[in-house]
Design a binder for this molecule. Structure first.
Ligand code: NAD
Length: 287
């Protein structure tokens, strides 16, 4: 039987309606949530992502402040700007679009963002908070994935979850979130020997490697929930994930499409974190 498709676009749209209501409530109390987006250089993919983020802000009534710096901006200029944004009460969230040009130390930049405005959740404080399960700002992509898995109604606790990809922004925080929900978690990466040996036993398989066609049906357990985080542009311009969607949908019980799966949720979680910052809610459960 063919897997049911988890419609990330529909879930994101519904959440944005709900978030717009939260913004309206804040505005009635005299607070307009504000997100500052710092973009350095002219990477086309970064431009596209930033445009999507600003559009999502507009949709939900969040004010956005775009700071576009040239590719030769110095690290001192970037740190000064972040210092100003940290002190600006109209800014509740600060996002620095990655990757950064080579003259700028990404770690130093991320550590300069005030922890209570770190809506991407990349500051070491928030990374540590996630590790102990008390994050205010769960990183947007894995948190979006968690909500997509919840959409299926499948209980994560006790399940074997396999995460393919171990980056700081997707794979590792994803694994921590699944562990927090009491899954038994395996993390695979480029040096994993015999990837299929791990993926075949996954009840929940999250793939974030950036390799088109990496996951084929023989690697997937019958009835698994398969979440494809990958975004890959093929030579013909087509956008695909890391999973052979047509093949794997005959094995999985639920599967996300690319595009229209994880992508819209990532942007929506950024809005969620910005609103939460404006609400000044304490750390604790994610929603
Ligand atoms: P990354 O390059 O930083 O990390 C990739 C990870 O995959 C690494 O840990 C690497 O070891 C692992 N990997 C690479 N080849 C592998 C293989 N053959 N087998 C097993 N593991 C392998 O990438 P990232 O930033 O984590 O992003 C991963 C993918 O997710 C990319 O396609 C990216 O575009 C996409 N992405 C999507 C969203 C979204 O919102 N949908 C957000 C972030 C990233």
């Amino acid at each position: 039987m063919s897997a049911r498709v988890i419609d990330g676009r529909a879930l994101a749209t519904g959440l944005r309606v709900k978030y717009a209501e939260s913004v309206a409530e804040l505005v009635r109390n005299g607070i307009v949530p504000g997100l500052a987006v710092v973009m350095i250089g002219s990477d086309p993919a970064s431009h596209l992502y930033v445009r999507n983020k600003i559009r999502a802000c507009d949709e939900c009534g969040v004010r956005s402040f775009l700071h576009a710096l040239s590719a030769d901006a110095t690290e001192a200029e970037v740190l000064d700007l972040i210092g100003e944004l940290n002190a600006d009460p109209s800014v509740h969230g600060i996002l620095v679009q990655l990757p950064l040009p080579p003259q700028i130390d990404v770690r130093r930049v991320l550590e300069t963002i005030a922890v209570d405005k770190d809506v991407d959740g990349f500051h070491l404080y928030n990374v540590g908070a996630l590790t102990v399960g008390e994050s205010i700002f769960p990183p947007c992509t894995p948190y979006g994935v968690q909500l997509l898995i919840d959409q299926t109604g499948i209980e994560i606790e006790g399940k074997h979850a396999v995460v393919v990809g171990a980056s700081n922004i997707v794979g590792k925080p994803m694994a921590l979130m699944l562990l927090q929900r009491l899954a038994t978690v395996t993390i695979c990466h480029a040096r994993t020997v015999n990837l299929a040996h791990h993926t075949i036993s996954a009840d929940v398989l999250v793939v974030a490697a950036g390799k088109p066609g990496l996951i084929v049906p023989q690697m997937v357990k019958q009835g698994a929930v398969v979440i494809d985080v990958g975004i890959n542009k093929l030579a013909d311009g087509k956008i695909v994930g890391d999973v052979d969607f047509e093949g794997v949908r005959d094995k999985a019980s639920w599967i996300t499409p690319v595009p229209g799966g994880v992508g819209p949720m990532t942007v929506t979680m950024l809005i969620r974190n910005t609103i939460r910052s404006a609400q000044r809610l304490p750390a604790g459960s994610f929603d």
